[in-house]
Design a protein around this ligand. Structure first.
Ligand code: SF4
Length: 480
């Protein structure tokens, strides 16, 4: 028996090197075992004598990238035989080059299932890590204790770096710890529960948030435990509310059905039917008020953009506004403030509104997409344009804003906003300023996004385009 010792539990490089050695030496899977140094997993393996390999060396061969990617995931699984499984697959690939495409094969199916479990554990970690605030010598810092189902700390830490770039934080787990100091990410040794602080004001925030977004009409205990497995409850402040909220659900469901809003189209009509409400998910909330809509957006998972954003940014303005202005998406400052149009483009927009004789306090301003899409560049988060799928997914919420506010005129700022309002990408230059009859009775208009004015390179161009933008806003005012 040939026993290969790996440096640690997720030693993918060590496993690759050892597997390559074994494969080149033609050691069959039944004669090879892997163990992790210092894991105490030796047991029987320690009693097995390591024998030199006498078989003839096999020629080197290439493996598909998909296999290596899969190995990288499976090795994060907690099962003790994960290294052996992947070596068995590697061995078989030599004679079965298409093996990885045969998803009904027992070994392939097993590996895919383990990779799925790892992916799910990573997803749960993103959803259920709860930071507690502490003060240390350098000031404010945040610490979280988390027990992932599989060894996904390293795999998932990048998400928290992107999400909480400007904070100093640590995530402690039984497998290891991750520390971010605002500039670099470091990994450290395993931790214990008592090394993390207990409850603070943030805990109350989570409880309030959960209580406000808990939808009794959709209470399905099994589904809820699938989404928020019980193993995570002990570290979730809001989980302490579940028994009470569950008990109250019948009462609250009746209240909600009575308060069901009037639909504006067939899709909403289906969704507000009581049976549809009961079977829907949090993404299918049909809000009766703007605050309820805001809360629902915070829990939305209709597209992936929620993952890297600080929060969803719902529209803002009077419920009875005659004018609704739709931008593209929240920017960096809007993402942090939770309010639309507060960044540089918002200031350009406010000044132009004033020049056009429109009071911003009378306008409902929102965006086609409610979460900030961006990519990190050093400490900065650079705007990325939402794609058509994301805009379409988010129309669910824009449609509801339109239903609740019932504006007379809807002004779309730029092509992405136009897609959200019209359901098709408009030709902004050609359609600019032309009234468009919308299905809910409002009049639609398209103009450029104020950020376009900020990007113009020369002063003369900026003056000319700003004047045209103000003229568009004056045309809007005449329609109100
Ligand atoms: Fe949901 Fe819109 Fe956010 Fe996507 S961008 S997660 S659809 S609220």
């Amino acid at each position: 028996m040939r026993v290969e010792t790996l440096a640690h539990e997720i030693d993918i490089d060590g496993w690759r090197a050892a597997a390559r050695r074994l494969r080149v030496a033609a050691v069959a899977p039944e004669h090879a075992r892997f163990r992790v140094a210092g894991s105490g997993q030796g047991g029987l393996l320690d009693q097995i004598e390591e024998t030199p390999v006498e078989a003839a060396a096999a020629p080197a061969f290439a493996v598909p990238k998909a296999f290596l990617d899969l190995a990288g995931e499976v090795i994060l699984h907690r099962s003790a035989d994960r290294f052996d499984l992947m070596y068995r697959l590697l061995w078989r690939l030599k004679d079965e080059p298409n093996l990885m495409r045969i998803t009904t094969d027992r070994d392939v199916a097993d590996a895919l299932e383990r990779a799925k479990n790892v992916s799910r554990a990573s997803h749960k970690m993103k959803a259920f890590v709860r930071f507690r605030r502490i003060e240390d010598q350098a000031g404010e810092a945040w610490v979280a204790w988390f027990e992932p189902a599989h060894r996904v700390l390293e795999k998932t830490a990048g998400f928290f770096v992107r999400r909480f770039t400007t904070m100093r934080w640590s995530i402690l787990t039984p497998d290891g710890s991750a520390m971010w100091d605002g500039e670099s990410l470091a990994f450290g040794p395993p931790a214990t529960r008592d090394m993390a602080p207990d409850g603070d004001a943030v805990e109350d925030y989570w409880k309030t948030y959960y209580a406000s977004t808990f939808n009794p009409a959709r209470l399905k205990t099994k589904t809820m435990q699938g989404e928020m497995p019980k193993r995570y409850w002990k570290n979730l402040p809001e989980a302490s509310l579940i028994p009470e909220l569950t008990a109250l659900s019948a009462v609250r469901t009746t209240t909600m059905v009575e308060a069901a809003p009037t639909p504006v189209n067939a899709r909403l009509a289906r969704a507000v039917a009581p049976d549809a409400r009961v079977s829907g998910s949090v993404d299918d909330v049909v809000a009766a008020t703007l605050p309820e809509l805001d809360r629902a957006i915070q829990g939305c998972r209709r597209c992936p953009l929620w993952r890297d954003a600080t929060q969803g940014v719902c529209g803002e303005g009077p419920r009875q506004a005659k004018l609704m202005v739709v931008g593209e998406q929240p920017g960096d400052q809007e993402d942090l403030a939770g309010k639309p149009f507060v960044g540089p483009a918002g200031q350009v927009f406010n000044a132009a509104l004033e020049d056009a004789g429109i009071d911003r306090a009378d306008v409902y301003v929102t965006n086609a997409v409610k979460h900030f899409k961006h990519e990190p560049r050093g400490k900065r988060r650079l705007h990325k344009t939402p794609n058509a799928g994301e805009v379409t997914a988010c129309r669910w919420w824009l449609d509801q804003e339109r239903r609740l506010v019932k504006p007379k005129v809807i002004l779309a700022l730029g092509g992405t906003a136009g897609l959200g309002v019209l359901g098709r990408k408009p030709a902004v230059t050609r359609e600019r300023g032309q009234p468009i009859a919308l299905e809910d009775g409002a009049t639609g208009l398209i103009t450029v996004h104020p950020s376009y004015l900020l990007r113009l390179p020369d002063e003369a161009g900026r003056v000319r385009e700003r004047a045209a933008f103000v003229e568009d806003l004056k045309a809007v005012r005449r329609l109100l």
